[in-house]
Design a binder for this molecule. Sequence first.
Ligand code: ACO
Length: 317
Amino acid sequence: MKIIGTGSALPAQRVTNADLMKFLDTSDEWIVSHTGIRERRVTDAESVAELGALAARRALEEAGVRAEDLDLLLCTNVASDFFTPGPACLIAGALGYAGQTLDVNGACTGFIQAVDIADAYFRAGKAERILLVAAEKPTYLADWADRATCVLFGDGAGAVLLQRSERAGCIATCLATQPNAEFLNMPTPLGNCPFTHREEGPRYLQMNGQEVYRFAVSACVKDLRAVCEKAGVALEDVDWFLLHQANQRILNAAQTRLKQPREKFPGNIERLGNTSSACIPLLLDEMMRDGRLREGQLVALSAFGAGLTHGAALLRI
Ligand code: ACO
């Protein structure tokens, strides 16, 4: 498979650390030193589907491909505009696409799961063109009275248009789950079914930050080593490591353990915060457009998130 187009869409509203200090007991110094984040984009009136459709249109336009020429529109998302229909259907509606859609909720690992699914479709001869759209609004999940979590997140959408090709663009993937709903979760609200008896859970995202940190660093390092080993590629031969942008300290710890140069770990967390599964496609789009990503380069992706899901993919651009 080959990437033939990419696109991004961000909410217009920019929220700086100084904006957060107006209602939270926090500081720019704490947020920057503990997370690397200076500002993030937060949806105001934009819906997840609007952001996803805008990113999707940009990827299609760049490649000169019409929506009706897609064989699959695959959307990754955690919090959308509706429980149902899923965001892939809403984005399809905005694009005027009536073919197969698929929604994947693999938390922050969603985009790598989507790459793996797309690769399997191509290998099985089931598709010529697949559009991956990661459209995320994690700011909806966060408790904006909890300074340890709300400062981390930002909204946005990234899209990547893939085409089947003879050359193996997706060289290897490795995906796994360490089942654990305790460290990172968001319960669904109670309905009003009179036959269901359970207690109302917390209304916002719950996170054990230190456990998530430990899991993230070890999963990321293990997955990147495993995917390179599977492909028979040395870490030194990888041009770029594109990691889920959860926290700059996680990225730094992974980079140190992998003993690879800091310059190989580009990021967008400083400007965008943690945009869940959209982090990596947003980064891919930015690097494609500014020319950092070039044909023939080897790119290793790694992500980790609620589930606990984690995984890596090695791509040849
Ligand atoms: N501003 C100021 N002080 C804060 C803030 C804040 N925004 N948040 C927490 N603190 C305080 C705490 O209240 C605590 O104060 P206390 O010592 O008086 O009790 C102190 O800072 C230390 O709190 P910790 O929770 O121990 O802080 P820690 O150093 O662990 O940093 C953080 C917290 C940044 C969340 C860290 O645990 C982390 O990065 N974890 C990874 C989680 C993550 O990245 N999640 C992203 C979403 S999930 C995903 O994408 C996979």
